[in-house]
Design a protein around this ligand. Structure first.
Ligand code: UDP
Length: 239
């Protein structure tokens, strides 16, 4: 079931349900793309109609941040919970590993995707890493040609938002992949360059605070996030 939160139609799924839905998409022999919006996406999509349409056109729209879950509650349309993109990505890797398949990693700084790939295939022996490419290419189409030549089943697109979502919507169906997922900084995490918050912080809904502690330079970017809660309150009052 879809729940609209400030103009974005999210899929209201638990992590397990999202994994099952993703597994079904991976079974189908056609292209699908998955987006994992956080509050920053919601604010950006308000000012960028193309981005909003690309988000709403995805096969799965998963609430990545606790801020989305709070906004949903404030708005009076609560969601079952948050489905962090990186956890959905891990579930899709398990799924691909069960059936065997080809993975392509696109994004992050030079060398990061390769390192992430080495670590992933160390953990998932039935996955073949068919290619990796950094995310600082100039020519979108040239990047696409490299991906499609590798014939992936699953593709992680980690270019930051909205670049990664627009890339998937524009080029995804030409990659030949069954699924592309927009995953922001996930390759940095898979490569061991950035550490996720410990489980205790995550369970308390404080992953954002841990991230801010580790990367204080994000403070400016994060300062506008409470705005999304204010907007959710406004939406509730308008109803
Ligand atoms: N990135 C990229 N190409 C670009 C801009 C960013 O590959 O043109 C990468 C960047 O190196 C990082 C990821 O995209 O690995 C985005 O990280 P960000 O912190 O924006 O994402 P978040 O973790 O917030 O989803």
């Amino acid at each position: 079931m879809k729940r609209e939160i400030l103009g974005i139609a999210f899929d209201d799924l638990t992590r397990e349900e999202a994994a099952q839905a993703g597994a079904r998409l991976l079974e189908e022999d056609r292209f699908h793309y998955v987006v994992t919006p956080n509050p920053e996406f919601i604010l950006a999509a308000e000012k960028d109609e193309e981005f909003r349409q690309v988000l709403n056109g995805a096969d799965l729209v998963l609430p990545d941040g606790i801020g989305v879950v709070y906004s949903a509650r404030i708005q009076g349309t609560p969601l079952k919970g948050r489905v962090p993109g990186i956890e959905f990505a891990a579930d899709m890797l398990s799924c691909l590993n069960r059936r065997g398949g080809r993975l392509y990693l696109l994004g992050a700084k030079p060398g990061v995707a390769e390192e992430a790939g080495r670590r992933i295939i160390g953990q998932y022996p039935n996955i073949e890493l068919c290619g990796a490419q950094d995310g600082y290419f100039r020519d979108e189409e040239a990047a696409l040609l490299k991906v499609s030549a590798a014939r992936p089943d699953l593709l992680f697109v980690c270019l930051g938002a909205p670049k990664q979502e627009k890339w998937m919507a524009r080029w995804g169906r030409h990659t030949g992949a069954r699924m592309a997922i927009g995953l922001g900084g996930a390759l940095d995490v898979f490569a061991g360059k950035v550490e996720r918050a410990p489980e205790r912080w995550r369970k308390l809904g404080l992953e954002w605070a841990y991230r801010l502690k580790k990367e204080p330079q994000r403070a400016g970017r994060m300062a506008k996030l409470p705005l999304v809660l204010v907007k959710a309150a406004g939406a509730r009052l308008k109803k």
